[in-house]
Design a protein around this ligand. Structure first.
Ligand code: SAM
Length: 304
């Protein structure tokens, strides 16, 4: 029986995030491109399937597809249908093509989705994403299709920016109404573009209004419950606790295992579809994992 992936900091890998393509139909002002610099080609279906099987053998329980935009991947439903049965399969999407794909993807075995939507106001949406007239409406229809296909829990990913700070209350109301979990994400200004968003102030307001707070095991993310709404706050920057509780490995869109979003100097090239060999490569990447912010050991207290 192969072992789990546990790194030298005591962190267990339970999640894998695979970028299926570097291509995207939006051009968000802040996009970190999942930490990819110069992707070279697109990982094959066969390799994705082998990586998923190898990861499942090594104790991975959840697999998230990302991109670029994963809904641009040809034959996505067919790929999802080949995933190991016991994995939780999700994807993160900008939602523009979700209305037509939610049903078939759910049938193929997709369990849930995250929809990235930073604004409900057409002008702000277009300014942030570079999207076209009508795209916002398509995303909203995509969310409704995901609800109808029961791709739940559906999370709405919102990167907190000065452009959308005034909308956070509206976004909370929207999520409460639609039964979505709002995920407020701290901006990683990796390209040093001078973008900003005051997630501190927003979290203080959430804490003051919350009926209840829960701390999730992954990254010790805080979840605030307010009047029937659920708001999770994702704050990786300079956060030693976040890194100390990281349970993830990543695979780039060109087939490399990436131990950390914020580093590109420790990638492991896959280069094979042999499951046994990929298990070794996953273990090698796991051995290269180290907390980006601080090298603290896991403190397993206060998890509710
Ligand atoms: N196109 C897909 C989508 O929109 O969800 C998948 C790729 S996108 C890079 C994945 C997630 O990363 C999105 O929720 C996006 O908001 C988030 N993201 C991208 N750049 C970011 C940044 N600089 N800081 C924080 N989150 C970021």
């Amino acid at each position: 029986m192969p072992g789990m992936m546990v790194d030298s900091f005591g962190r267990v890998v339970t999640g894998l995030r695979i970028a299926l393509t570097p291509r995207c139909n939006l051009n968000c002002i802040y996009c970190h491109h999942e930490g990819e610099t110069k992707p070279n080609g697109e990982i094959s279906d066969e390799m994705v399937v082998s990586v998923a099987r190898a990861a499942a053998e090594l104790g991975v329980r959840s697999l998230k597809f990302t991109g670029g935009e994963p809904l641009l991947r040809c034959g996505l439903a067919g790929l999802i249908a080949q995933m190991p049965q016991d994995l939780d399969i999700s994807l993160t999407t900008n939602g523009i093509f979700l209305a037509e794909q939610a049903g078939p993807l759910a049938k193929a075995g997709l369990d849930r989705v995250n929809v990235s939507l930073d604004s409900l106001r057409p002008q702000t949406y277009r300014a942030i994403t570079g999207g076209r007239e009508g795209d916002l409406e398509k995303v909203l229809a995509g969310i409704d299709a995901a609800r109808a296909a029961d791709l739940a829990p559906i999370k709405l990913n919102v990167v907190v920016l000065k452009e959308n700070e005034a909308e956070i209350s509206d976004l909370i109301d929207f999520c409460r109404e639609k039964g979505l979990i709002l995920q407020l994400i701290e901006l990683l200004d990796l390209r040093h573009q001078g973008l900003s968003g005051d997630i501190d102030a927003i979290e203080r307001r959430l804490a003051a209004r919350a009926d209840r707070v829960r701390v999730r095991e992954m990254h010790r993310r805080k979840k605030y419950f307010l009047d029937g709404a659920e708001v999770e706050v994702v704050r990786p920057m300079d956060n030693t606790e976040f890194c100390a509780n990281c349970t993830r490995l990543r695979v780039t869109s060109d087939g490399k295992i990436k131990p950390c979003l914020l580093r590109s100097d420790n990638l492991v090239e896959i280069g094979t579809c042999d499951c046994e060999r990929i298990m070794e490569l996953l273990q090698e990447a796991n051995a290269r994992r180290e907390p980006y912010f601080g090298k603290t050991r896991i403190i397993n207290s206060e998890v509710r």
